[in-house]
Design a protein around this ligand. Structure first.
Ligand code: ADP
Ligand code: MG
Length: 260
């Protein structure tokens, strides 16, 4: 397996007025091609901060990040095209992540219009064809392309966000709490969709969730975070069957199916 992400000594301190928040402290992590990594931990443990740093949406206070062997840390945005095309994100809230006044048919190809991303793609990418492809990928009829986000349910909106993420044919999908804002009744559908897409497109997946059921469904590797540090990581089965820390045991016990 080839190494996709490497992080060393990753640290992020926020200074919020007089308050200092150690959001992430000395995190080391590697993610290999084809892995499905779940990042779990209670709210405020630094999960979103970690994936934002991996995706170079934020800069670390200390430490370094590499993507496909190239150091990302400290590089200006104009040199990050290789990462912007290959790594796409899906966020928690499908209400705020879609521009309300844009039609779905314009929202989905958005990443293809970014100048940085465009330079990484073949010059002849047909936006309409790609739109049709990724809408089919997420099981949305092409007629919906003319509609606006408010005309859709939460689950459908998250499908739109996933279609947008797939538009540039990324290698990695990072999903930060992708089903937490959805009705319980549609969570399984969206998780199954993600599962199928990761398999059929051969994607590498990084999923953040405070809910271990989500991660159990989607991931083959788990990193457990507490107070800005990774306190345990390993193959999913190992973490589930033989957790090494009391903190992980507590997280697992909070999920009915895990409590023995
Ligand atoms: P999680 O995703 O696990 O809930 P976060 O990475 O969002 O955790 O946050 C980790 C810590 O950093 C929390 O204490 C949070 O309040 C703080 N934090 C996150 N973003 C900011 C920010 N932009 N400014 C100040 N503090 C922040
Ligand atoms: Mg978060």
């Amino acid at each position: 397996m080839t190494e996709l992400f490497r992080a060393e000594g990753l640290t992020r301190v926020y200074t919020d007025g007089r308050r200092r928040v150690d959001a992430l402290t000395d995190v080391a992590l590697t993610v290999d091609t084809g892995q499905r990594l779940g990042i779990v931990g209670e709210s405020g443990s630094g999960k979103s901060t970690l994936v934002r740093l991996l995706a170079a949406l934020d800069r670390p206070t200390a430490g370094r990040v590499w993507f496909q062997g190239t150091e990302v840390t400290g590089r200006p945005e104009r040199e990050l095209g290789f990462l912007r095309a290959a790594v796409q994100l899906v966020f928690q809230d499908p209400w705020s992540s879609l521009t309300p006044r844009m039609r779905v048919g314009d929202i989905i190809p958005e990443p293809l219009r970014s100048r940085l991303v465009r330079r990484q793609l073949p010059a002849d990418v047909d936006h309409r064809a790609r739109l049709a492809e990724v809408m089919a990928d997420v099981d949305l009829p092409l007629e919906y392309a003319d509609r606006f986000p408010h005309e859709f349910s939460g689950g459908q909106r998250q499908r739109i966000a996933i279609a947008r993420a797939l538009a540039p044919r990324p290698e990695v999908l990072i999903a930060d709490e992708p089903v937490s804002a959805l009705d319980v009744s549609v969570r399984a559908q969206v998780m199954n969709l993600l599962n199928d897409l990761v398999a059929s497109h051969g994607l590498t997946l990084i999923v953040v969730s405070h809910d271990l059921m989500v991660v159990r469904h989607l991931c083959d590797r788990i990193a457990v975070m507490q107070a800005g540090r990774i306190v345990e990581q390993g193959p999913a089965e190992q973490v589930y069957e033989a957790p090494r820390t009391d903190y992980t045991r507590t997280l697992l016990a909070a999920v009915p199916r895990f409590s023995a």
